[in-house]
Design a protein around this ligand. Sequence first.
Ligand SMILES: *Cc1c(COP(=O)(O)O)cnc(C)c1O
Length: 346
Amino acid sequence: MVNAPAPSLRLDFDAEALKANWRTLDRMSGSASAGAAVKADAYGLGVERVVPALLAAGCVRFFVAHWSEVDAVAHHAPHSSISVLHGPMHVSDCAYAIALGVKPVLNSLPQVKCWLDAGGGACDLMIDTGINRLGLDPSELSDEAVARLDVDILMSHLACADEDSVMNREQLEKFISASQHVSSNYLSLANSAGIALGPDFTLDATRPGLALYGGVPRPELAESIVQVARPHAAVLQRRSLLSGESVGYNAAFTASAPTEIAIVSLGYADGFLRSWGREGYLRFGDRLMRLLGKVSMDMVAVDCSAAPELREGDWLEVPYSLPKAAITSGLSQYELLTVLGSRFQI
Ligand SMILES: *Cc1c(COP(=O)(O)O)cnc(C)c1O
């Protein structure tokens, strides 16, 4: 067998930046300790590189959403440090948690009963304080089954932490008051944006995700959070357009003068969605190259006026500073990370 040649897409992953972001968020968490949301393959950046880096930085709590995500994290992190946010839907989920020694996050009375019936043990418990997604209603905490739980982290989740909403403090107060009715080792409310809401919100443990990976959900984080992921795509071909010639599907761009262009190995199958089309550009060093026409599945065209010497095989950087990229693409910072496809070499 011959090894496959190097791909024409590359995602530069900066482990030091990731660690620095975790330390920043841990410091901003005050006396609370920062964990890490590593669901969805660490927001697309790869559990196998993210979790070891976070462990090295000092992180001791990891949150995934699905049971299918446990194995990859458990390969690197102590099993007792892993919490599964979706909780157990079936008794087989409970059996798996008990066999591995990972914690379910229990979200409803049926989940609480499922866990206790399976034998129980250390678990986390989610209370809904207004997002109306997952979690027990505070009124359900008086159920006798809840009193039989061995709750490690008692948590809730903020709906509007990235905004200055009155709902933030309302949820905090509701959570604190509900927490009086459950005995637990730790209280946890804040995601990335919640950490930036200040010391009232950080409690005993925080659960940042987005900001670890370079996302800036609130302006307070803008100066201290650094970019972690930098996608690059190679030039496949150079072309010269005559005035009046068009580019790509539906001839969406027509040259009004002779134009030097490059066809780049990057498309919507790689997570570079068509929404980048109108305002988007790629970068060659510090030079900006405007996108021309529609994004195809595997290709995009750029104007080479700013870099006439660009050649086939040269690498262009996708401008992926997340707050700016979100404005350009119309995608959320979360979507920008998790949409990246599997053809990047990391
Ligand atoms: C995803 C998630 C987080 C992390 O949120 P970010 O906004 O990415 O920091 C924290 N807590 C829960 C319950 C989550 O589902």
